[in-house]
Ligand binder design. Structure first.
Ligand code: ZN
Ligand code: ZN
Length: 93
């Protein structure tokens, strides 16, 4: 089978959702529609309300993999870790 046929078949698979051509950054949900801020997740301090922004490619990958494992196509996510920041963790209220 010729090259053109291969490409047509791949196209068809894509249309059927059997395979996707997507850049790694898109796969990680780094581009949220209408939001130009690069993707990041949050840690929120329960005491002072401080928000720590973080980005960990390993976590992103794991979330992505987990979603796919459930047959879910991830588009975006928001990970929030609640707890106490560096300044607050030692203090008792
Ligand atoms: Zn994230
Ligand atoms: Zn705090």
């Amino acid at each position: 089978m010729g090259r053109a046929t291969v490409f047509r078949t791949l196209r068809l698979f894509e249309d059927l959702g059997l395979c996707r051509r997507i850049s790694p950054t898109q796969a990680l949900g780094l581009f949220e529609p209408g939001n130009r801020t690069p993707h990041h997740d949050h840690m929120v301090c329960l005491r002072c309300g401080r928000i720590v922004e973080f980005f960990n490619p390993d976590i992103e990958r794991l979330q992505d993999a987990e979603a796919r494992r459930h047959g879910f196509l991830p588009v975006r996510h928001a990970l929030e870790i609640a707890g106490y920041c560096r300044r607050c963790k030692g203090k008792t209220t």
